[in-house]
Design a protein around this ligand. Structure first.
Ligand SMILES: [Zn+2]
Length: 393
């Protein structure tokens, strides 16, 4: 057994090295013509690993490049994401392009946000809206019958590839994809969070995927199409989202949609926290004060915002985590400050010192900064009469 493991590790490392080498050459290329050749070789190599279940080699190559060559890392990551979420499939002997789509939602609630199986009629309604507002003529759509939380979605390149393949098969066969919810992780409970519907679109190779790409259609038709889609799907989801405030975001290719949703969730969470304090404790934005600071492990990971009653510099009633997502800390500070003021919270303290990335030992909740300069547990106000339905611990 040990011998096998050693052989397997040696193979993995040679395979990862080969990918890293191609990515370095691509990142040095000075022309589209040279790019295309390296890209083609990389795509073949990545697809080969994904197809044989060796996606770990891709992660290992990225790990190696992340320490040394940022551009090569970005090039390989872009191609790996693209290969995991797309494929060429055959229908009636003809090659077709297949792409995994995600439809993100931002939602918040005093109750548990749903992560659940979608009724067949709802799956069909979402499929019809994708076909009606997004898809080009001659494409096919399939929708998976589950509303996912972020921690239930496929994560590694291998998992994304496998999930995409199942949806592509459903698309070719013209049916819904059934998801067994029992096999999925229990979502972490948050006041505000993202939810996702997964779908696939398949088009004849080289033909438009989206209708605003069709010849003779104004490319700007995209804006109105997405607005209509978001409204219609928002309406269709209403029975499922009882007790939640939510917003449907624009669908996109899987990885791009997740990134956009992560970004938009930050300000949405701030809004949710301020609305929640009004709804649960009748605290107006003008009666609140907010404190924010950078929280770091080895490097600065995220900003955290503690919100509590004005005049009490120890208390934090509700908190928001603001991940940096590659942004500069300074820019995040400006956005948080502006976001709070837009919501009517004008008493804002920004701490210049860094806090350790701490969580509660009992419940795992993040600790939030208070105006006095400590990281504390969010607690309901002492004189709260109406306890919120969601236990705050
Ligand atoms: Zn706790």
């Amino acid at each position: 057994m040990r011998r096998n493991r050693l052989i397997s590790r040696a193979r993995t490392s040679a395979s990862a090295d080969a990918l890293a080498k191609l990515a370095r050459r691509l990142s040095e290329s000075g022309s589209r013509i040279e790019d295309r050749l390296w890209e083609r070789r990389l795509v073949e190599s990545i697809n080969d690993r994904l197809g044989r279940g060796f996606a770990d080699d891709i992660e290992a190559a990225l790990e190696e490049l992340s320490r040394t060559q940022a551009r090569a890392y970005d090039d390989l990551a872009d191609l790996a994401e693209s290969c995991a979420e797309s494929a060429t499939v055959e229908i009636d002997g003809k090659p077709h392009d297949a792409l995994l789509l995600a439809v993100p939602l931002l939602a918040w609630s005093r109750y548990r946000l749903p992560a659940t199986t979608l009724a067949p009629s709802l799956v069909d309604a979402i499929g019809a809206q994708l076909a009606g507002h997004l898809a080009a003529r001659g494409t096919r759509i399939a929708v998976a019958d589950y509303l996912y939380s972020i921690d239930q979605l496929p994560e590694s390149f291998g998992e994304v590839h496998d999930a995409a393949q199942k949806l592509f098969e459903a698309c070719v066969a013209g049916r819904r994809l059934k998801i067994d919810g029992k096999g999925l992780r229990e979502p972490v409970m948050m006041l505000a969070d993202t939810r996702y519907v997964l779908a696939a679109i398949v088009a004849p190779q080289g033909a438009p995927l989206y209708h605003w790409q069709e010849t003779g259609v104004d490319p700007d038709a995209k804006t109105a199409a997405l607005t209509a889609f978001r409204e219609q799907v928002g309406g269709a989801l209403a029975p499922l989202m009882t007790g939640c405030r939510y917003r449907v975001l624009a669908p996109n290719a899987f990885h791009a949609a997740l990134r956009q949703a992560d970004r938009e969730l930050r300000e949405f969470s701030l809004e949710a926290a301020v609305s929640y304090l009004k709804l649960a404790y009748d605290m107006n934005p003008a009666s609140l004060q907010a404190t924010f600071a950078a929280f770091e492990d080895k490097r600065v990971e995220e900003m955290r915002i503690g919100i509590g009653p004005a005049g009490n510099d120890d208390s934090v009633i509700e908190g928001v985590v603001w991940p940096l997502l590659g942004d500069e800390e300074e820019r995040a500070q400006e956005e948080i400050d502006a976001g709070l003021r837009r919501l009517g919270v004008n008493r804002v303290t920004a701490h210049a010192h860094r806090f350790p990335l701490e969580y509660c030992d009992d419940c795992g909740a993040p600790m939030f900064p208070n105006p006095a300069g400590h990281a504390v547990h969010a607690e309901p106000p002492e004189d709260a009469e109406e306890l919120p339905a969601a236990p705050l611990h």
